[in-house]
Design a protein around this ligand. Structure first.
Ligand code: FES
Length: 112
């Protein structure tokens, strides 16, 4: 799945206390800037993924790429990965699979 096939990507950036205290505000600002002219990509704040110990968390949907402990230095790889439809393996899906499945079930149900 990549941007070339017309798939819309949602980038969900947690903005709750733990993620925000570890730089999620700046991560979101930079992602918004990177994709401001790409209508097929939407950057949205998220209330809390429940994996606060591994903050900051950024989730790509529908790709189901869950990035945790994201640093500003990871952003260029994340942006490139979105464009190529590939996850950044070193920071992807490190959180508990039960937490991930719960959030994906909510997203599949249209609850953001
Ligand atoms: S504060 Fe971000 S996952 Fe909970």
């Amino acid at each position: 799945m990549n941007l070339e096939d017309g798939t819309r990507t949602l980038i969900l950036v947690c903005q709750n206390v733990d993620c925000k205290s570890k730089g999620a505000g700046e991560l979101m600002r930079r992602l918004e800037e990177a994709f401001k002219n790409r209508p097929e990509v939407e950057v949205r704040s998220y209330m809390c993924f429940g994996t606060c110990q591994q903050a900051p968390n950024v989730v790509l949907y529908p790709q189901r790429h869950w990035y945790s402990e994201v640093k500003l230095s990871d952003l260029s790889d994340i942006i490139e990965g979105i464009q190529q439809g590939k996850p950044v393996e070193r920071i992807c899906n490190k959180v508990d699979s039960g937490a991930r499945e719960l959030i994906y079930a909510l997203l599949d149900a249209g609850i953001y």
